[in-house]
Design a protein around this ligand. Structure first.
Ligand code: 87F
Length: 502
């Protein structure tokens, strides 16, 4: 009976205000995602396809990730810089070999007003060619090394496949780190230190489990020596998603851009370089992993607002006293360092406010009504699992602190359990195809040959896209002697994750 009343109320709210989602996550994931990011007020669509407005609800999350990462790289003595948005054709073409495949995605400015520019100018899709001529100029001797720069900026890649907010957009925000060292040992070490920061962004902030590993020769950044990445997984679509990359570029760019230095023995030597980036895609992965049929679910560590306080004044209640209790609750929690607000608007019902803040994913709701006032307590409701609890005002701060960290932990554990349940270890081609059709994250013994990966791609081509390697995890299970590659039948060299991907 109680739940029937609750359902009736829900329908009422939706009828009155249009609140609530039309699509369900498990039934129509794509539509659900588009609806959630708009209804949750993270994204507004724009009149250029593949371009999106990032609203304050998004930007505060980005700023939280930025504050963490920026502080960490400063500890590593990496400095921020800003290079221009534009690059001439001449300079962009300097790294012909690797740019070739990317060329169709480069956007160009060809006019100012009505007149053609003398030479068209490209908008940076990434900044290797913008920065490295100056690395060459600034690096003279071993005392100029290491040179470690980072920039926070936007880049443009004119994508032609299906655009998706955060996940695949034509303009996005990122940080790009570009560093140069005297030795490969130093470069190798930095690659992993940065990758660990990326793991922490996903696991500790966004509550998303990731796999650290190395990209195959086919999937690595073609201009570099090797690529490492953190890989996440979206259970609903059965797709892997590259979370961030940390590359060792080797000396390829040093050769092209003549980035040389005089070493301690007085000889000319080439630098060893790295580059690394994470983007606003992180936020899309978070929405996809944690969101539910009521809307966004934000992990407390990144939520713009961690606690929303809602007054629940019944007809004859002392409204002033309830509002005052809401204000003092906000004051106490804000003083204790929590991001808290009260929704004291008098033109919306409590039920409408509940739905609204649930849609926006606020981790914790505090309700204060006449009974709470009388008992010197508040009612807290968790966004992640709906669990309600009455807590005495006297222990408000301590208990809220505990509940928020419990939400953070619960979100991570739930996401990890769901991800782990999707991992399928396979040994044969038939098992591989079955697991692929079953939307699994596939762990397979592989011979690590480029031709074999190309062959797997060709054999799995179809409407949903081909299967490819996601990464070879650093954390390798034991590979029994005599294990054969699932695709070629040759001796397997390593366990590698395979799947469809974003
Ligand atoms: C699109 C157009 C032109 C990716 C592109 O991953 C060039 C490129 O070079 C391109 N899309 N890439 C690879 C970017 C490599 C590297 N750059 C610095 C990173 C980390 C940050």
């Amino acid at each position: 009976m109680a739940s029937r009343n609750a359902n009736a109320r829900k329908k009422e709210v939706k009828k009155e205000t249009g609140l609530g989602l039309t699509y369900k996550k498990d039934e129509n994931f794509g539509e659900w995602y588009s609806e959630v990011v708009v209804s949750g007020e993270m994204i507004e669509y724009y009149d250029i396809s593949g371009c999106y407005i990032l609203r304050p609800w998004t930007m505060t999350i980005w700023e939280t990730l930025q504050a963490f990462f920026d502080a960490e790289i400063k500890k590593m003595n990496i400095k921020n810089a800003y290079f221009p948005l534009f690059v001439t054709e001449n300079v962009l073409q300097k790294e012909k070999d690797h740019i070739e495949g990317f060329a169709p995605e480069v956007a160009w400015v060809t006019k100012s007003g009505q007149s053609d520019l003398e030479v068209p100018i490209a908008i940076r899709p990434t900044s290797e060619t913008v920065m490295y001529p100056y690395f060459s100029k600034w690096i003279r001797g071993h005392r100029d090394l290491p040179l470690r720069l980072n920039q926070w900026c936007n880049v443009v890649r004119w994508e032609f496949s299906h655009p998706t907010p955060f996940i695949r957009s034509r303009e996005f925000l990122w940080q790009e780190g570009h560093t140069a060292f005297a030795t490969k040992v130093e470069a190798d070490q930095e690659v992993l230190e940065i990758l660990e920061l990326y793991r922490r962004i996903y696991e500790e902030f966004l509550a998303i489990p990731v796999v650290k590993g190395r990209k195959s020769e086919l999937e690595k950044f073609a201009g570099g020596l090797y690529t490492t990445s953190v890989e996440a997984f979206i259970p609903n679509t059965g797709r892997g998603i590259q979370g961030a990359t940390s590359h060792c570029l080797g000396q390829n760019f040093a050769k092209m851009f003549q980035i040389n230095f005089e070493n301690e023995k007085g000889e000319r030597a080439m630098v060893w370089q790295n580059s690394w980036a994470y983007t606003t895609r992180t936020i899309g992965v978070m929405v996809m992993v944690h969101g539910d049929d009521k809307g966004l679910v934000l992990p407390p560590r990144v939520a713009s607002l961690q606690i929303i306080v809602v007054p629940v004044p019944y007809k004859d209640a002392n409204t002033d006293a309830i509002f005052e209790a809401c204000r003092s609750t906000v004051q106490k929690l804000s003083d204790a360092g929590f991001r808290t607000e009260a929704d004291l608007r008098d033109n919306y019902s409590p039920g409408w406010k509940y739905s609204h803040w649930e849609m926006k994913g606020v981790p914790l709701r505090i309700e204060i009504g006449p009974k709470d006032l009388a008992n010197n307590q508040v009612r807290v409701v968790r966004r992640d699992n709906g669990v309600k609890k009455d807590i005495p005002v006297s222990s408000l701060v301590e208990q809220v602190k505990e509940i928020l960290s419990s939400i953070q932990e619960t979100l991570f554990n739930a996401a990890k359990e769901k991800r782990d349940a999707c991992i399928k270890v396979i040994n044969t081609w038939d098992e591989f195809i079955a697991a692929l059709n079953d939307k699994k994250l596939i762990l397979a013994p592989w011979c690590d040959e480029e031709e074999v990966e190309k062959d797997v791609k060709a054999r799995t081509k179809g409407e949903l896209g081909a299967a490819k390697t996601l990464c070879t995890p650093f954390d390798q299970p034991r590979l029994p002697e005599g294990t054969l590659c699932f695709a070629s039948g040759k001796p397997a060299k390593k366990w590698t994750y395979w799947g469809r991907s974003y």
